[in-house]
Design a protein around this ligand. Structure first.
Ligand SMILES: Nc1nc2c(ncn2[C@@H]2O[C@H](COP(=O)(O)OP(=O)(O)OP(=O)(O)O)[C@@H](O)[C@H]2O)c(=O)[nH]1
Ligand SMILES: [Mg+2]
Length: 500
């Protein structure tokens, strides 16, 4: 029997077995069908003899059963709702001053930059010590935020200008009236400003205030509605002030107000007129015309009443809500700082292990032993990364993950080695010297790719998601690796020459 005949005969047996199995399955299906038909027929005969009333009961019962099965299957098989990242994050953040302070101390001991978060806590304490209510004027550029503050606080130094983006920093203006109304009116840059830093500044300030007056001068755009949704989700007390009412006829104003109120049912919407400047034409006795700028009349009574009413109705809750909001802002800043710190430390770890893997590959004596060394190093690297992210990864999980990753590498190793061999040819005198160098460069690429893939999943989801990490790893290995290969080749050659 020649070597080639063996697989052909095996195939024939396999086909025969398959045929028998298929025949058996077909016979079984036929049998089941006959059985079902028989039972259906006998049920049909029974139903035929039943009284109409019983027939109805039977139909209702059958329908109910089908409904129950559908509901149960839906409940069991429906796709799990994914919580938005915001919500997941919100649940894990410190919620009160004490737990944030504790988290900050812990973060300090890990070398995380806590300055931003601490600043928010200091701001909380500073504002809590004052007996004043912070009202921030927030909204699109040129909506008239500064003009509105100017009208309320009669502040002279406040800049009002038709050009968008006039206000570029946060400024507070005092306003007091009788007993109990003691306000700090905060002017902030407009949120549709072209400078993202300004927008960021305004959004943060809205989160530090007791009350947010959202100023607009007409219908809201989609972006503006979204901005309001964010503020609502952050549970900021809100009033929408529709400014520049002089620009609309009574009917139009009513229509705009109605639409706003319809779209924002739980938010108070109030028409105002901050005033600003208006140009008027004058004619003297001789008939000569000239233009003059004068202050437009301000109409802010309704808004002021609404603010005072809020102060009365919210009472102490105002402070509690502001504190919560500031703690959350601080906690988010701490979270961001922690993420940055971990990413940097993670990248450092990946660099260290990549270096070790390269040295290991160069030192490998017999073919195959390097794979063992690298597998061990891979497990060590992933464990170091998971512990950096405070993820409890079991030993077996990590080993299994490295096994799967090694299978990925296995499929690509020949190509990788060919490519690194090629790259090394550019270095005079070393290209032909040793396979160790070629392996070292390949392992540089492999470890860097694997490490970055693990850091990416940890950063994104806070846990080691094996499938996702393997996907990222695969992506890293299938991309254009030439420039990274050159980089690792230089490193490896330097190391090699040192040894020489
Ligand atoms: N017609 C009319 N114009 C107004 C009114 N209030 C303000 N304005 C004008 O709107 C323009 C913008 O006013 P600002 O107060 O500078 O607007 P802002 O929202 O502070 O703008 P930024 O600081 O650039 O974000 C100015 O030209 C004002 O004169 C008003 O009630 N009616
Ligand atoms: Mg302004």
């Amino acid at each position: 029997m020649t070597e080639q005949q063996v697989p052909t005969s095996q195939k024939r047996i396999l086909r025969l077995l398959l045929f028998v199995a298929l025949l058996f399955l077909l016979l079984l299906a036929l049998l089941i069908m006959l059985q079902l038909t028989e039972s259906a027929l006998s049920v049909w005969q029974m139903l035929d003899q039943l009284s109409p009333a019983l027939l109805v009961v039977y139909a209702v019962g059958l329908f109910g059963f089908a409904l129950l099965v559908s509901i149960l299957s839906w409940l069991l098989l429906r796709p799990a709702k994914r919580k938005p990242a915001e919500q997941v994050l919100g649940a894990s953040l410190p919620r009160d001053r004490e737990s944030l302070t504790e988290a900050l101390q812990q973060a300090d001991s890990q070398g995380i930059d806590t300055a931003g978060a601490r600043q928010e806590l200091r701001e909380l304490d500073r504002r809590a010590a004052q007996m004043t209510l912070y009202v921030v004027f927030f909204g699109a550029v040129s909506a008239g935020k500064s003009a509105l503050i100017k009208a309320i606080a009669a502040a002279e130094d406040i800049e009002v200008d038709p050009r968008a983006g006039t206000t570029r920093r946060i400024a507070h203006y005092e306003y007091a009236e009788g007993e109990g109304v003691n306000l700090q009116l905060t002017d902030a840059p407009g949120i549709l400003d072209t400078d993202p830093e300004h927008v960021h500044m305004a959004r943060e300030e809205a989160r530090r205030a007791h009350l947010v007056i959202y100023v607009c001068d007409g219908e809201l755009t989609r972006d503006q509605y979204q901005e309001l949704e964010v503020l609502k989700a952050l549970e900021r007390p809100l009033i929408v002030a529709l400014n520049k009412q002089d620009r609309y006829s009574e009917e139009d104003l009513k229509a705009i107000l109605a639409r706003l109120r319809e779209r924002l049912p739980e938010i108070e919407v109030i028409p105002v007129q901050a005033g600003g400047k208006e140009q008027i034409t004058r004619i003297d006795d001789s008939g000569k015309e000239w233009y003059e700028l004068r202050d437009r009349e301000a109409k802010i009574g309704e808004l002021m009443s609404a603010i005072k009413l809020r102060i009365e109705s919210e009472g102490e809750r105002f402070d509690a809500r502001r504190d919560e909001s500031l703690v959350r802002l601080g906690a988010e800043k701490l979270h961001l700082a922690t993420q940055t710190h971990r990413r940097q430390e993670g990248e450092k770890l990946v660099r260290q292990y990549t270096g070790k893997a390269m040295v290991g590959a160069m030192a490998a004596i017999s073919p195959g032993s390097d794979v063992l060394i690298q597998g061990y190093l891979g497990v060590q690297m992933v464990k170091a990364l998971t512990s950096l992210y405070e993820v409890k990864a079991r030993e077996v999980d990590v080993e299994h993950f490295i096994d799967l990753a090694s299978q990925n590498v296995g499929k690509r190793m020949t190509l990788l080695l060919a490519m690194t061999g090629n790259v090394l040819k550019a270095f005079p005198g070393v290209g032909t010297v040793t396979g160790g160098l070629i392996h070292a460069v390949a392992y540089g690429l492999i470890f860097e790719g694997l490490g970055k893939a693990v850091v990416k999943t940890l950063q994104e989801s806070g846990t080691l998601k094996t499938v996702q990490a393997l996907d990222y790893f695969e992506e890293a290995l299938s991309g254009d690796l030439e420039s990274r290969a050159k980089y690792f080749a230089r490193l490896a050659v330097e190391e090699f020459r040192k040894k020489e």
